[in-house]
Write a protein of this length. Sequence first.
Length: 201
Amino acid sequence: MEPAGVPTKRFIPSPETAQTALEAVLADWQAGRPRELIERLEVKVFPIDNQRKPGQGLESFEILGEVPYEGARCFAVRLGLTHPAADQKVRYVILGIDPLYVYRQEDFELLNHWDHMMPADPDAKSENRSSESEKASTAGNPERPPADAQPGAPTVGQPAAAEKIEEPPVSHDEAARRSVGRFHIALDDLADRPVRAIVSA
């Protein structure tokens, strides 16, 4: 039984399996194959790399070795790119057993910030406007509490509750650790269900 807060190790592949999956993903890119599910290995592999530019090719790659990463396998890779030409040193995060997921590190860590990428909820905006209108009409009538006031909530003339103290910024390492934790929870939830995934080409 692992201590609370520590990601389980059941979804961390062996170094050999992780590197084999990464090599297959990069070899497909180098050969010009579409980015899609790989089924020719002993386990299924989902490549997830949204850092590639449209039409960008891979002329060469070199896996430099594994680097430390809490809760997952991570490898440093040197890429020789075309269209446009560039040499990059990047990292890939590999997690899962079957299926196994090969993420560009930037994409994996965006899981920790996915809520910032969600489109605004128009219903929520409408509710906010209604709330602001209610507050404005209540301001001229101190005797009338807001419609959404809770029993015992302070009204005009009563002291307001203490403001919520904002938490300090999360460090890069802590954000990465939380991302891995969320991914483990998702995999635990799917462990006994059929897994389907759509990978953009």
